[in-house]
Design a protein around this ligand. Sequence first.
Ligand code: SAM
Length: 337
Amino acid sequence: MVKVLKISKIGGEKVRKKLIEKGVLDASYSLGKTGNFLLFPLKKTRGIVKEFGGKIVDRPLRKVSKPVTGLKEALGKILPSSLAEKFPRSFDQVGDIAVLEIPQGLGKYEKVIARTLGRINPRIKVVAKRAEKYSGKYRIRPITVLYGEKRSETIHREAGVRLKVDLNTVYFSPRLGKERLRIAKLVEEKEKVLVMFSGIAPYGIVIAKKNPSAEVWNIEWNPHAVKFAEENIKLNKLGKRVHSLGGDVRKVIPKLKKKFDRIVMVLPFDNDKFLVDGLMVSKKGKTVIHMYSILEEGAVDEFRSKLERKHGLKVFDVVKAGAYGPKMWRYCFEIIV
Ligand SMILES: C[S@@+](CC[C@H](N)C(=O)[O-])C[C@H]1O[C@@H](n2cnc3c(N)ncnc32)[C@H](O)[C@@H]1O
C-alpha cells in the first residue's frame, strides 16, 4: 500500500505538475485512476490536502522498475554473480557503433554482453569487439560485429563536426577527441597548419571548424583513409580551407612549396624519425610542432632531452594526452623550432 492523493480528474494535470515541482510525487510508483479520480503516489502527505484539495488514501499502486542504464548493472541481472568483478563497465562509442573489449574469461558470454548493451542503449545500432591491437602500416584494429547491423561504417560526431569512418579499413580513436579540441583551441588567426599522419582528417577538420581563418593540409598514405578524409572535408563544408594529400609524408613534404605555422605529428611511436621532414617546412623560431609519443612516465625526461640535443629544438611543454595501457601514456611534446 502507498499513500496517494485522490483528486478529481478536472485540473489533475496541473496538480501532477505542481507535485513534481515540489518533489513530493513518488515516481517509484505508477499513477492510478478510479472513476473520475486520479491517484498520485506521494513521498510525504503533510500540507498536501490543504494546498490541493482531494483526500489522502492508501492504495496498492504498481511499483515502477527503474530503467537499467549501466551495462554492469544490466549484466548483473543476467550473468552469474561470480563473474561480476569482470563485467565491462565502459566501451568506446564511434557514431552508432559501440566497441567493447571483452574481458578474459567472459568470451563465451560475448554475444549476451553485446545484446545487453545494445538493448539498454537504443542509440547504439552495432555492438562489436575489437582486435586486441592496432597493427600494420595503416594502424588498423578491425572489429567483429556481435550484435545489431552487420557494418563497420558510421558517422561519428565530435566538437561540432561529422566524421565518416570505416573501422575495418582506417585508424580512428574517439578517445583522442579531447586532445584534438585542445590543439584546435591553440590555433591563432590565419595559421597554416600541417597534419602529418592524418588518417580520416579528424585533427584538420576540428582545427578548421574552430578557426575560420585557418588553412590545413593533411598527409596520409592509407588510400581508404584519404577517401574518407576527402568525404569528411565535403561533409563539413571545408573544401576551401582543408586539403587532403595522399602518400608517404617523406615523399609528399619535399613537394610542398610552403612553410607552416603549426605542425601536428600523430604517430604513436617513432614520430621523432619524421622530425627532419617536419623541420623542412618549418619557420625557425616560429613554428610550433605538437609531436606525440607513447611512453612510460619514467622515460619522458630522457626523450625530451634527446629531442632538444639531437635536433636543437626547444620543448616548451609536455602534455599528458590520455592513458594508453598499463603505465603507458600518450604524451604530446610541444616544440618550438
Ligand atoms: C595513429 S594513426 C592517426 C590518424 C589520425 N591522425 C587520427 O587521429 O585519427 C596514424 C596514421 O598515419 C598513417 N601513416 C603512417 N606512416 C605514414 C607515412 N609514412 N606517411 C603517411 N601516412 C602514414 C597511418 O596509415 C595511420 O592512418
